[in-house]
Design a protein around this ligand. Structure first.
Ligand SMILES: C[S@@+](CC[C@H](N)C(=O)[O-])C[C@H]1O[C@@H](n2cnc3c(N)ncnc32)[C@H](O)[C@@H]1O
Length: 182
C-alpha cells in the first residue's frame, strides 16, 4: 500500500500524512511541484519526529511519477480519491499493493489524473458538504484500505517495539527527471 499526493499545497497536511504513513508502515509518493519545500518548518512540526521514519519518494512532476512507478515499487493500481467519483470507498475492494492517490488542497486532481487512475472512489459526505481536509481524507482512506487487506499491525500494546506489520521505513528517494513528460 502506498499514498501518493498530487502537488500538495499545504505543508501541515503533508507533515500529518507523513506521520500517518510512518505509524502504519505505508510509503508516500509526493508528486511535484509542491507549494512548499519538504524541509518546511511547518511540515516538520506536523510530522513530528515520525516524518523522518516515513518511506518517502519525491517526484518532480506527474510525468516523472508515472515514468518511475515500477522503479519505486509503486506498480499497483492507482486508486484516486476524488469527490467526483461514483463508487464509495467503503464499497471498493482494495488490494495490498494499491496506490491511494489524492488531489491538491486548492484544486483537487485535474482531468488527466482522473483519466490515468485505474479507479476513482469517493468518501461519502452529507449533501451540501464539498470535501474533507486532505489529511483527514487520507486517514480515512488508509484505514479502510488497511482494514480490508489485513494491513494493520498484528496487535501489541502501545509502546511495544513497532517492528511487526510494517514495511521498511526511513528511505527517501527522488525519481529521476528523465522521462518527465508533463
Ligand atoms: C481539500 S480536497 C480538494 C478540494 C478541491 N477544491 C476540489 O474541488 O477537489 C483535497 C483532496 O482530498 C481528497 N478528498 C477530500 N474529500 C474527499 C471525499 N469526500 N472523497 C474522496 N476524496 C476526498 C481528494 O483527493 C481531494 O483532491
Amino acid at each position: 500500500m502506498r499514498i501518493a499526493l498530487y502537488q500538495p499545497d499545504i505543508p501541515q497536511n503533508t507533515g500529518t500524512i507523513l506521520r500517518l504513513a510512518a505509524c502504519f508502515g505505508v510509503a508516500v509518493d509526493v508528486i511535484g511541484p509542491t507549494g512548499f519545500d519538504l524541509s518546511d518548518r511547518a511540515l516538520r512540526r506536523a510530522g513530528l519526529d515520525y516524518a523522518e521514519h516515513a518511506a518517502l519518494a519525491r517526484h518532480v512532476s506527474w510525468g516523472a511519477f508515472l515514468a518511475g512507478r515500477s522503479g519505486t515499487g509503486a506498480g499497483g493500481r492507482l486508486v484516486l480519491f476524488t469527490t467526483a467519483a461514483e463508487t464509495r470507498h467503503c464499497d471498493f475492494a482494495f488490494a495490498p499493493d494499491d496506490v491511494l492517490l489524492f488531489g491538491r488542497e486548492s484544486a483537487g486532481a485535474p482531468p488527466a489524473v482522473h483519466a490515468a487512475a485505474d479507479a476513482r472512489v469517493r468518501i461519502p459526505l452529507l449533501p451540501g458538504r464539498r470535501s474533507l481536509n486532505l489529511a483527514v481524507a487520507c486517514g480515512i482512506a488508509v484505514a479502510e484500505a488497511l482494514r480490508q487487506t489485513g494491513g494493520f499491525a498484528a496487535g501489541g500494546l502501545a509502546g511495544d517495539d513497532a517492528e511487526e506489520g510494517g514495511s521498511a521505513m526511513g528511505a527517501t528517494t527522488d525519481s529521476p527527471a528523465a522521462g518527465d513528460a508533463a
